[in-house]
Design a protein around this ligand. Structure first.
Ligand code: ADP
Ligand code: MG
Length: 379
């Protein structure tokens, strides 16, 4: 490796890049220490090498997934997925049921082996160093994980012991995570008495006890009402802003996906788009016009004949993407009264992005013939 100059980015043999700031005299550069050792330390690491003090900032992603494939027998759950998640992101995996979100989380949390490809979590390759990877993460899956016959505090103490915490350290961590998740006033309540939203927050508190850098949350707001969902997201944002936790979250709800700093859209095991919510929305031009109709097929043909527009059929609705959608809306309203139940005009949503890319909406369940994309009909 060559001696870096001030604030140079240096790629290590492990493929991570470091930023170096050299202060003092340059001396001969020695082979860098094993990068994985540094990666476990906080963002700023101070190395002394001869008389040279080197400060290096790690710019290693929190999570890297490379060409990850996974098959359950004949069924392909992941078909070669690659992405990076930077430290401090709230990274969303948006996709309908069956798109491979849970499988991906199972691999990242070492519950499933890597079959093909690579997954690195907090600097640890999940295949080569699963224990290291596990220490970096807290995970909640969709299925409830609280013992409802124990109190909130008892649930946390029990979990903390599994992580090897005892005595004052255990008590302190329990108090801290209850505070972070806003459940401190419910410490003595039995879990069964809590609302769905509070239960979910206690589950997240549980997986924060060992102070992980990365949280994996699989559909955390499933079953929560909109108010509880809103509260949960406020908590997630504060975990990121105040405690620097990197969060990976799966969802099939576009309003949740909108709150993420960046998103990957999954469909049938393929990553079909990646970017900030605004960037993804800009893939859909103009306005989005939705027409609910009892006879969508017929109406679609009429729209094609009269206005030359092609509508996507999504269930019993028709969706048209168009600049100046308000004019078309007026023309449809006057031209075809009685042939629609509702006409809605809006700016493109992430759902529109998904529809544009797949021809289906996010609520549509997986195709029975996995591996082949089931296209929504363009009528
Ligand atoms: P998601 O979480 O996005 O709903 P999953 O990862 O659960 O997706 O599923 C991806 C695909 O893998 C689906 O086709 C699903 O039916 C299949 N699958 C998931 N778990 C299993 C399993 N244990 N055995 C066989 N197939 C599975
Ligand atoms: Mg799932």
């Amino acid at each position: 490796m060559e001696l870096p100059t001030s604030l140079d980015k240096v790629a290590t043999p492990h493929g991570w890049s470091f930023e170096f700031e050299l202060t003092g005299e340059e001396t001969e550069w020695e082979q860098a220490n094993e990068p994985a050792v540094t990666a476990r330390k906080p963002l700023w690491t101070k190395w002394q090498r001869h008389s040279v003090w080197t400060y290096c900032e790690l710019s290693m992603p929190a999570v890297t997934v490379e060409q990850l494939e996974y098959r359950y027998g004949e069924r392909t759950a992941l078909a070669g997925v690659s992405f990076d998640v930077a430290e401090g992101e709230i990274f969303g995996l948006l996709g309908p049921n069956g798109s491979g979100k849970t499988t991906l989380f199972r691999i990242l949390s070492t519950l499933l082996p890597v079959q093909t490809g690579k997954a690195i979590v907090g600097g640890y390759d999940v295949s080569r160093d699963p224990d290291g990877a596990r220490r970096q993460i807290g995970v909640t899956f969709q299925s409830p994980s609280l013992d409802i016959k124990l109190t909130v505090l008892e649930n946390l103490i029990h979990q903390g012991r599994l992580y090897g915490l005892t005595g004052t350290r255990l008590r302190t961590r329990c108090a801290e995570v209850m505070e972070q998740l806003g459940v401190a006033d419910r410490a003595r309540d039995y879990a069964e008495r809590l609302s769905g939203g509070l239960k979910r927050r206690v589950e997240i508190a549980k997986c924060l006890l060992h102070d992980p850098r990365i949280l994996l949350l699989d559909e955390p707001s499933t079953g929560l009402d909109p108010g509880a969902r809103y509260d949960l997201w406020k908590v997630l944002q504060s975990l990121r802003d105040e405690h620097g936790v990197t969060i990976l979250v799966t969802t099939h709800l576009m309003e949740e996906a909108d709150r993420c700093t960046r998103l990957a859209i999954l469909d049938l095991g393929n990553l079909i788009a990646e970017g900030k919510p605004d960037e993804l929305r800009s893939m859909v031009g103009g306005d989005s016009l939705t027409i609910q109709s009892d006879q969508p097929e017929q109406l679609s043909q009429k729209l094609q004949q009269r206005f030359g527009v092609q509508a996507s059929r999504i269930g019993d609705a028709l969706r048209i993407e168009r600049e100046g959608g308000h004019e078309l809306l007026g023309e449809i309203a006057t031209g075809f009264p009685g042939e629609f139940r509702s006409l809605t005009l809006g700016k493109p949503t992430l759902e529109d992005v998904f529809i544009k890319l797949t021809g289906r909406d996010l609520q549509t369940t997986e195709s029975p013939t996995t591996g082949k994309k089931k296209r929504g009909s363009h009528v």
